[in-house]
Design a protein around this ligand. Structure first.
Ligand SMILES: Nc1ncnc2c1ncn2[C@@H]1O[C@H](COP(=O)(O)OP(=O)(O)OP(=O)(O)O)[C@@H](O)[C@H]1O
Length: 354
């Protein structure tokens, strides 16, 4: 670092996406041979996302809303259809090779199923040594490598490290396996972690421990973390900021307390109603905070998504405009936290009847 460069501080932008879009082409069937139309799954459309040092951003939505696709795009595992991804302010597009490795040194992904992401025929020592070697952090001799391996396991609270180093994945519990996956990611000394449903396959009793570990890493290593989940209650507990996705688009965002306690978008309210948070139970019946019925139904087809707001076919507040015009982000009045809060919903256009 040169003398003129300021040291990075908590809150600095690490990774950001602008207008990120991914359409997966659909293979043409026999019936489509005579049409010119090219069908695609509109998995992710026009996403804005900013990950900052020392902060957790939750991306919440039901199955198929596009959360994993966003993470894979940010990890450069998928090529994007359009949009921009910037790492420390610089646009990046990599397709494998040395550039991809350099990107992975800064941005690491943690997957939902630690059993699938660890090779069953190799020990913890093998997985972690490989990660350290790939990223040039194995040290110059075997004593240094041993110390680095121990440090990684200590960092994910697998103690004493000697007990775990020579174990195979099947000899570990689900929580321990996920901790090894996290240790492997830390082997790169990344600046951002993309955690795709990191606890959803774990026993309920050990989920909190793994989330607490991630929070501890965020604080101690000043990591920027993207936390993908379908469980909005855990976003309130764990994330600083929460973004809600529906059918490939972002519909609401703000600090986690505000989004989960004062949800604005009818879809966010529906998500919260279907996953009650004990702290809100005393307010059930308060029409301002918990409308009685926010609609049900199924998410739409992403091959031919609804025009206008994609939630309008399920929305009990839908107005004529909702089916024809895509709503922009409307800034909402600040509540308790004083942090920015927005919703992409015509209900919040100035003058709209709520
Ligand atoms: N490789 C692919 N080819 C075609 N369609 C895909 C592909 N990957 C994802 N999709 C589609 O894109 C949409 C978004 O999928 P994605 O996995 O990102 O959602 P998600 O919110 O992460 O869901 P889940 O929680 O079930 O993983 C879905 O309709 C899915 O079927």
């Amino acid at each position: 670092m040169t003398a003129t460069q300021a040291a990075p501080t908590t809150g600095d932008v690490v990774l950001e996406a602008e207008n990120l879009t991914k359409h997966f082409p659909v293979r043409r069937g026999l019936r489509d041979l005579f049409t010119r139309e090219r069908k695609a799954v509109h998995a992710v459309d026009d996403i804005q996302l900013t990950l900052r040092r020392g902060r957790v951003t939750a991306l919440v939505g039901e199955s198929g809303s596009g959360k994993s696709t966003v993470a894979r795009l940010m990890a450069q595992l998928y090529t994007r259809t359009s949009g921009d991804i910037r790492l420390h302010g610089e646009s990046v597009t990599v397709h494998g090779g040395r550039k991809f490795r350099a990107y992975c040194r800064q941005v690491q992904m943690i997957f939902q199923d630690p059993f699938a992401s660890l090779n069953p025929v190799h020990t913890v020592r093998y997985h972690l040594t490989r990660a350290l070697k790939i990223h040039g952090r194995a040290g110059t001799n075997s004593a240094e490598l041993e110390q680095n391996l121990r440090d990684l396991l200590l960092r994910v609270q697998l103690t004493p490290p000697e007990r775990y180093l020579d174990k195979f994945p099947h000899e570990l519990s689900g929580g321990q396996r996920q901790r090894v996956s996290i240790a492997r990611a830390l082997g790169a000394d990344p600046k951002a972690l993309l955690a795709d449903e990191p606890v959803s396959m774990l026993d309920v009793s050990i989920r909190l421990g793994v989330l607490n570990l991630l929070r501890d890493l965020k604080e101690r290593l000043d990591l920027a973390i993207l936390y993908i989940t379908h469980d909005i209650a855990s976003a309130r507990y764990f994330a600083d900021e929460t973004l809600v996705m529906y059918a490939g688009r972002m519909v609401e965002g703000g600090d986690s307390e505000t989004v989960t306690q004062h949800p604005a978008h009818p879809y966010t309210r529906l998500l919260i109603e279907s996953a009650p948070d004990p702290d809100r139970l005393d307010r059930v019946g308060d029409p301002k905070d918990a409308p009685a019925d926010e609609g049900g139904g199924e998410p739409p087809s992403l091959i031919a998504p609804p025009t206008g707001c994609r939630f309008h076919p399920r929305c009990v507040h839908a107005m004529p405009k909702c089916s024809t015009e895509h709503p922009p982000r409307f800034e909402l009045p600040l509540v308790d936290s004083g942090q920015a809060h927005w919703a992409a919903c015509w209900l919040y256009e100035e003058g709209a009847a709520k």
